[in-house]
Design a protein around this ligand. Structure first.
Ligand SMILES: [Zn+2]
Ligand SMILES: [Zn+2]
Length: 137
């Protein structure tokens, strides 16, 4: 199985994941816009096993549908590298940009399209949801 490593900007916080992502998606919700500082978040979810290196500061946010997300970011440089959902211990969502790999698989799902900046164009064939079909991931 091939592995990939996502890293914060300074390299202190890293996560190594195995195999292909279970899914890759874009979220346009305002919380993702503010937490990333970008106008949308791109996330890839992976199943266990995964390995974390370095120290993370955590921030917990409750989603619209009551799920609680635990974001991990580097206390040195501030990059959010990954998050987990409480009660879903077998998987992790990793910020695609943290892989620093333009060859990473493209997103196939787009959620919170109601918050999408109108100039943001999605890849052809992307499945679009006005809000979130499942608890945010
Ligand atoms: Zn860092
Ligand atoms: Zn979001």
């Amino acid at each position: 199985m091939s592995s990939r490593t996502a890293s914060c900007l300074c390299g202190q916080l890293r996560i190594q994941v195995e195999g292909e992502p279970r899914g890759v998606g874009i979220c346009h919700c305002l919380a993702c816009q503010q937490r990333t500082g970008s106008v949308f978040a791109t996330l890839a979810s992976f199943s266990e096993p995964f390995k974390v290196f370095g120290t993370a500061t955590e921030y917990v946010r409750a989603g619209d549908q009551g799920a609680r997300f635990r974001f991990r970011f580097c206390p040195v440089c501030g990059t959010t590298v990954f998050h987990t959902e409480e009660g879903e211990s077998g998987r992790v969502s990793v910020a695609v940009g943290a892989f620093a790999d333009p060859g990473f698989p493209a997103p196939r799902v787009s959620v919170y399209d109601c918050r999408r900046h109108p100039w943001v164009q999605l890849p052809p064939g992307t499945k679009v949801f006005v809000k979130d079909p499942t608890p945010e991931g």
